[in-house]
Design a binder for this molecule. Structure first.
Ligand code: MN
Length: 488
């Protein structure tokens, strides 16, 4: 990455601003990091350069891009925050300081996890731009993850899925969220990732292309006829969200019908509704699937019209209709939202209302545990990650027990489980597992079948099914035993 590319990207979105301070910041950071190398062997400056580039991509303002270049200077070099302040002024220095404070976030068990979350929310409350820098910093670190030892890769991926990705979603930065999630998915569950990737990229590609070709060939003449200006593209769900959907609904890949959708981008809001009318006159809409997020935006600011129609070959397909501005906001989140506001001369860095709500909760609840519990209920998805003794990661619903874990590993481990060691201590099979637990199931090889009573506490469908299967079989065996003739 070269600084010229960062400047060019910034100028695409801000043609009237003088970008010379970006070049100055680069010289300063480059000199400060002189001689330092990344784990990959690259000069260290490549990392802040990429961070600044991703920021420019999401339409961040000048101060944020500059702070992105400088974000590791006070922490990792001889240059201090004071130096940054003298040279670049208080606004940029405050952003750099915010990122430096967050820099200490590391996953170290559940207590530290809560501390980290709290830190993130406090940083958000002071200036959301700090979070954008931190996200872009994290994304670049994820992209270069393969240079780290496997254990560390997994820990960083887990922490990203738990802390960063959900917050990126809340801020509406779809693009960062998807990228983070897919990288982490690949690191944490490599087999599942590759399996899905193959199905998605190879098996389904031809079928998908043909279907869209058909759909478009029906739709485009009607759009042309109406005189509407439009841009049509296919939107693919990213792999991690397909995986999650398969897990949540306990479905196979082939049963997930909305892995792709058609996206229609039109000039104005009026055109959005016009386009919707055209689509609904060609194909019947599926009842209860129409959503007007333009009239009523999602809490993270997302706007679009959504409708699912019965398309060619009887296949249901989702359409998303929006303007270019809405489209960019859905990819770049608040960053783009602010950008458009500034373009119209409405200077603002206002945070969405849920950030205000978090600040209010923070004022009321000073106990970190309770604070995190409260926001986790509303904001974070209810999943936990636990480790096998070998360090493999398993994703389970909150409240899952060692028996659920055992069945997630293998049916035989579940069936023969007699005890458990959680974090090096003897535990109970019915205890609730916590995020980050290391779980080692004790099995008895000769154990004939699982315990029916486990049904009272297991949380996953997989565990329930397996236990019931055995229960049924053993009832049958008993009947056979007591009524010897029944078998014949
Ligand atoms: Mn960094």
């Amino acid at each position: 990455m070269k600084i010229d590319r960062v400047i060019k990207k910034f100028q695409e979105n801000h043609p009237d601003e003088d970008p010379s301070i970006i070049a100055i910041a680069y010289d300063f950071a480059n000199e400060a990091h002189q001689g330092q190398l990344r784990k990959s062997g690259e000069p260290y400056i490549q990392h802040p350069l990429h961070t600044a580039y991703i920021l420019a991509e999401i339409k961040a303002d000048l101060a944020t891009v500059v702070a992105g270049l400088l974000h590791d200077v006070p922490e990792d070099t001889d240059r201090t925050l004071e130096d940054v302040k003298i040279l670049f002024g208080p606004e940029i220095a405050t952003l750099v300081e915010g990122v430096t404070k967050l820099g200490k976030i590391k996953y170290r068990g559940i207590e530290r996890y809560r501390e980290n979350l709290k830190k993130m929310f406090l940083a958000m409350a002071s200036d959301l731009r700090v979070i954008f820098i931190k996200f872009c910093d994290r994304l670049n670190n994820l992209r270069t993850l393969e240079n780290l030892p496997p254990e560390k890769q997994k820990r960083i991926a887990q922490e990203t899925l738990e802390i960063y990705a959900p917050i990126a979603g809340l801020l509406g930065i779809g693009r960062l969220k998807w990228q983070m999630e897919d990288i982490c998915f690949k690191v944490l569950f490599p087999d599942k990732y590759h399996e899905l990737e193959y199905k998605y990229e190879v098996e389904k590609k031809i079928e998908r292309n043909r279907f869209f070709y058909n759909l478009k060939s029906i739709l485009t003449p009607k759009l042309e006829e109406s005189g509407l200006k439009y841009n049509i593209e296919v939107r693919f769900k990213h792999l991690y969200s397909i995986y999650r959907k398969m897990q949540e609904k306990d479905k196979q890949f082939d049963e997930i019908y909305d892995v792709f959708a058609l996206r229609l981008i039109v000039p104005t809001i009026d055109d959005c509704y016009k386009a919707l009318g055209i689509i609904h006159t060609i194909w019947k809409p599926k009842p209860n699937r129409f959503k007007d997020y333009i009239a009523v935006p999602k809490p993270n600011g997302y706007r679009s019209l959504h409708t699912t129609i019965f398309g060619p070959e009887g296949k249901t397909t989702e359409f998303q209709i929006r303007t270019q501005e809405m489209h960019e906001e859905s990819i770049y989140g608040l960053s783009a939202h602010w950008y458009y506001k500034h373009q119209r001369g409405q200077a603002t860095y206002k945070a969405p209302t849920w950030v205000d709500e978090i600040i209010e909760i923070q004022k009321e609840i000073t106990n970190t545990n309770e604070f995190v519990k409260k926001i986790k209920l509303d904001i974070f998805r209810d999943r936990i990650f636990v480790f096998s003794p070998k360090g493999d990661v398993f994703e389970l619903p909150e409240g899952a027990t060692p028996v659920d874990f055992a069945y997630a590993v293998h049916s035989n481990i579940g069936n023969k489980a007699t005890g458990v060691i959680v974090n090096d201590r003897l535990g109970r099979l019915d205890q609730e597992l916590k995020n980050g637990d290391f779980v080692d199931i004790i099995i008895e090889k000769k154990r004939p079948h699982p315990n029916r009573d486990w049904l009272k506490f297991v949380k996953t469908k997989r565990a329930k099914d397996r236990i019931k299967q055995f229960a049924k079989k053993s009832t049958l065996d008993n009947i056979k035993r007591f009524i010897p003739g029944i078998n014949k």
